[in-house]
Design a protein around this ligand. Structure first.
Ligand code: NAD
Ligand code: WQD
Length: 346
């Protein structure tokens, strides 16, 4: 159980997860006091111990194993700590699973967010950075880079929960005095902390390309299944905009600082602005790990489109954020993490 403190704290929901843990490390390194809430449904406590070690913290990070759907549990966290702002990562995120278990996604993601925002209202906490996703954009079949002003439209229950969560927060900002909220719409996060001690730790066979490739590289999976080779792209495979998780982590701290500008409700894309095909990602990982990465061509995955690219102009101009880490570093860091931790955190 965490120790009470009157110092201002940033509450990080989902702080034991992939992007949350890297962001917590960045926050701590920049001098913030952090309290983590996570029910560990897709993570474990080990990344929090590794953050403590990497950041040289004398005490364990304040951590509460609480489900956001447990309103009373959440209230106790707000009672115990002087929370002044929130970064909200906690959500279920598997697109395919959400199609088969929509109610589980709506209950977890929407109820969790309602509880969080209601508790923030109750305790007068009015600053929030929210993990949104490029999945909220309507498909652009021409492959143009997506701007924040693009048409919205989701094709999965997961995507719809993200859009609803954005809207819940927007309505509260509009209705209540003094609220500041920044929606960060991530494109395709990958990579790992450069130390090789923190990274993504999928609990099942990975759904996403990069953790799948890295598990093939380490020999846990036999070969990569390339979903579709007849897309209208330079080599026929899907193009996506990959962003290093430490760039994302830094962007969250920049966004947190910006909340003090009192700009109300804002939205920013987080991506690099350049795209890579599936085959280019396989080649880049092959280069990083110096091993062959076998793959097989498979049919298209339902719901996928040719190209999803980020237009990062607004984040660059208004947030002052641009990515610093390139594809080579993403793959090198991902491989270091995978090699040092073949079984993830377990
Ligand atoms: P993750 O699963 O690693 O992290 C989410 C964390 O939230 C996990 O530790 C999980 O245990 C926790 N959690 C989930 N439901 C909870 C609940 N009800 N109460 C308390 N804790 C709960 O996922 P991630 O990749 O780190 O994603 C973080 C956020 O970023 C999510 O909101 C996701 O929708 C969003 N996002 C992720 C990606 C991506 O590709 N990884 C892309 C765009 C947006
Ligand atoms: C990338 C490319 C696949 C796996 C998803 C979510 C999105 C966001 C990010 C949360 C595509 C191809 C994949 C494989 C493959 N998450 N692929 N073999 O689909 O762009 O985005 O994660 O918000 O909402 O939809 O990412 O990594 O699954 O796929 O060939 O085993 O790799 O077809 O072209 P995606 P991804």
């Amino acid at each position: 159980m965490a120790v009470a403190s009157s110092l201002p704290h940033v509450l990080v929901t989902g702080g034991a997860g992939f992007i949350g843990s890297h962001t917590v490390l960045e926050l701590v390194n920049q001098g913030y006091n952090v309290v983590v809430v996570d029910n560990l449904c897709n993570s474990c406590e080990e990344p929090l111990r590794r953050i403590q070690k990497l950041a040289g913290l004398p005490q364990p990070l304040p951590f509460h194993n609480i489900d956001l759907t447990d309103r009373e549990g959440l209230r106790q966290v707000f009672q115990q700590h002087n929370i002044t702002s929130v970064i909200h990562f906690a959500a279920l995120k598997a697109v395919g699973e959400s199609v088969h278990k929509p109610l589980m996604y709506y209950r977890n993601n929407i109820t969790g967010t309602l509880n969080l925002v209601e508790t923030m209202v109750e305790f007068g906490v009015k600053n929030i950075v929210f993990s949104s996703s490029a999945t909220v954009y309507a498909a652009d079949y021409d492959g143009n880079a997506l701007r924040e002003s693009n048409e919205l439209g989701c094709t999965s229950p997961y995507g719809r929960t993200k859009l609803f969560m954005e809207n819940i927060i927007k309505d509260v900002v509009d209705a209540e005095q003094g609220w500041n909220a920044i929606m960060l719409r991530y494109f395709n996060p990958t990579g790992a902390h450069e130390s090789g001690t923190m990274g993504e730790d999928p609990q099942q066979i990975p759904n996403n390309l990069m953790p799948y490739i890295s598990q093939v590289a380490i020999g846990k999976l036999e070969k990569v299944h390339v979903f579709g080779t007849d897309y209208n792209t330079r080599d026929g495979t899907g193009v996506r905009d990959y962003i290093h998780v430490m760039d994302l982590a830094e962007a969250h701290v920049v966004a947190l600082k910006r909340l003090t500008n009192n700009n109300g409700y804002e939205i920013f894309n987080l991506g690099s602005g350049t795209g890579q095909t599936v085959l280019e990602m396989i080649a880049a990982m092959k280069e990083a790990c110096g091993r062959d990465i076998p793959y097989v061509n498979d049919p298209r995955r339902a719901g996928d489109i040719d190209t999803i690219l980020c237009d990062p102009t607004k984040a660059s101009k208004e947030l002052g954020f641009t990515v610093h880490r390139d594809l080579k570093q993403m793959c090198a860091d991902l491989w270091r993490w995978q090699q040092n931790n073949p079984n993830g955190y377990s």
